[in-house]
Design a protein around this ligand. Structure first.
Ligand code: OAD
Length: 240
């Protein structure tokens, strides 16, 4: 497990860098990934893509909240790991640094990352199903039962299966990908689009694309370099 001299040089010289992260970047903090290691996340017998779906919000919103309350509870005691911390250090190092994450856990922000592009929302926010008013539920002992603006139902402010990405988030990420010089793809299975399209955009625009993952992914082949290893062990190597 090492960083090539070519990658080291590009990292040292780049002006515009884009990092795309997935669940694997939080794995060493104790957050279970959705896929990988032969496992798929299941909640009370329901696969995560069923419980975390737009259909389920319509059919059984309390069950969706039960699953998200459980996840928030698990996350509350977890802390950023060496990978989150390293990525947070990078933001002031390049003229243009863009962190795009598929994670909803808020650990990048906890590590100090600013302006994180959240493609799939954030578990620490709830949003009104009618007026879309956003509620911070990170500090509440108990989340509000109804919208504080209009009294309608609240739902987790995350992207569920069958739903569109938040307006503008992907477009912004795609624009940054199209002009980055170096794209690091860290801890994502590369199976969920449009997020997985971001490294493809970077590659098409001639960026050097590097993957960090203990397992190969469908994105591995397009990468200029694949570092097989855990994010928390690989990323600190960029410093040495
Ligand atoms: P996945 O669970 O699909 O993939 C996690 C990836 O992380 C796998 O490729 C693992 O090999 C890798 N991995 C595991 N441990 C790692 C470590 N220590 N360091 C680096 N990599 C590691 O997660 P995502 O790709 O993020 O969407 O999944 C994409 C989306 O699918 C999620 O955002 C979620 C889910 O549906 C929504 O919730 C909308």
């Amino acid at each position: 497990m090492q960083i090539s001299p070519e990658l080291r040089r590009r990292f040292a010289e780049a002006n515009r860098v884009l990092v795309l992260t997935g669940a694997g970047v939080s794995a060493e903090s104790g957050v279970p990934t959705f896929r990988g290691g032969g496992q798929t996340s299941i909640w009370k017998g329901l696969p995560f893509d069923v419980i975390s779906s737009a259909t389920m919000v319509e059919r059984d919103l309390p069950a969706v909240w039960e699953w998200f309350d459980y996840r928030r509870n698990v996350l509350a005691s977890l802390t950023p790991n060496a990978a989150h911390q390293e990525i947070a250090r990078w933001q002031d190092r390049f003229a243009e640094f863009t962190l795009v994450t598929q994670n909803v856990d808020g650990l990048h922000q906890k590590a100090g990352s600013r302006d994180v592009v959240e493609l799939h929302g954030n578990i620490w926010r709830a949003r009104c199903t009618r007026c879309r008013f956003s509620h911070d539920i990170s500090t509440e002992g108990k989340r509000p039962d109804a919208c504080l603006e209009c009294g309608n139902f609240l739902r987790p402010d995350v992207v569920l299966f069958g739903e569109m990405l938040p307006l503008g988030a992907f477009e912004f990420a795609a624009e940054r990908a199209a002009r980055c010089e170096l794209c690091l793809v860290i801890g994502t299975s590369g199976l969920v689009y449009p997020a997985a399209g971001i490294p493809e955009i970077a590659k098409a625009a001639d960026a050097y694309v590097c993957e960090v993952n203990p397992e190969p992914t469908p994105l591995s082949d397009l990468c200029d370099e694949v570092i097989t290893g855990k994010a928390g062990e690989v990323l600190p190597l960029f410093r040495s």
